[in-house]
Design a protein around this ligand. Structure first.
Ligand code: AMP
Ligand code: ZN
Length: 184
């Protein structure tokens, strides 16, 4: 089986389920890009967001409910999370990312990782839902736009800092995390 189908393998392993319903499961992302990073996946064999249509809207609502549930189960705060889909997913089976905004993680290793969550390469749940509701589908970004977004400068998601390289941005993000923890 190709690596792009690894998420499908995880779904059938009930030991990996943080939450499981008749329609979907929540698992931990194996390479978390933040302190909290979960994936919500339907049991139905839907390879990607590009196969979604209006008939899937109730299922999408269930995925969003499970996103709320996992944040609650983990004792975290909803406002500290981003919840959405990658515009250009690499793994099969539609998956909703539920990721904390700290992005303080050793697995955040590349500019692509950062920009895939912090530019329009990340599609918030509500945006995708509204588009599927309106158009009955969700389309790929043109390659030129994808390349442009990948090449965007490394902007902090919590202040106006711009970094020339990822290690510096990561140190900066770790400092935001420490400050936030000290405040709470
Ligand atoms: P995407 O770019 O939206 O396709 O994201 C795929 C996500 O799956 C990434 O965040 C990976 O870290 C994560 N991932 C890859 N393999 C596994 C696995 N075996 N179990 C859980 N998460 C995985
Ligand atoms: Zn900052």
């Amino acid at each position: 089986m190709s690596w792009s189908k690894n998420l499908v393998k995880e779904i059938v392993n009930s030991k990996k389920h943080i939450i499981c319903t008749e329609l979907a499961v929540v698992i931990a992302d194996k390479f978390p890009k933040a302190r909290h990073h979960y994936l919500v996946l339907p049991l139905a064999d839907i390879p990607s967001i590009f196969e979604l249509n209006r008939s899937h809207l109730p299922l999408l609502e269930e995925l969003f409910l499970l996103a709320h549930n996992v944040v609650e189960v983990k004792g975290a705060r909803w406002e500290d999370f981003k919840v959405g889909f990658h515009a250009e997913p690499s793994m099969q089976r539609v998956h909703l990312h539920v990721i904390s905004k700290d992005f303080d993680s050793p697995s955040l290793k590349t500019k692509k990782h950062w920009n895939s969550f912090n530019t329009d390469l990340f599609v918030p749940f509500e945006k995708l839902f509204a588009q599927v509701e309106k158009d009955n589908c969700f389309n790929r970004l043109p390659k030129s736009l994808k390349d442009e977004l990948l090449a965007k400068p490394l902007l902090c998601n919590q202040c106006r800092f711009t970094s020339t390289n990822l290690p510096t941005l990561k140190e900066h993000l770790a400092e935001h995390y420490r400050e936030k923890k000290a405040r709470n």
